[in-house]
Design a protein around this ligand. Structure first.
Ligand SMILES: [Zn+2]
Length: 67
């Protein structure tokens, strides 16, 4: 069961969400409820290892509509 890590673009909250194969909807931020979240390539062993220097150059524009 894949667990993806997301970061909210509004409040910068990072959270994890289990995503089933048939359900790839973007989850809401569990802190502020925003859907402006980006999925991060995640594994449990990366948590806490990259704070402060996340490369966001390839982050899609969250306001560009549906994806
Ligand atoms: Zn948020």
């Amino acid at each position: 069961m894949p667990i993806y890590e997301y970061q909210c673009q509004k409040c910068k909250h990072v959270f994890e969400s289990i995503v089933l194969g048939s359900d790839r909807q973007t989850p809401e931020c569990d802190k502020c409820g925003s859907r402006e979240v980006v999925r991060r390539i995640s594994a449990a062993n990366t948590i806490g290892a990259s704070s402060g220097s996340i490369n966001t150059s390839c982050t899609p524009n969250p306001s560009s509509g549906f994806s």
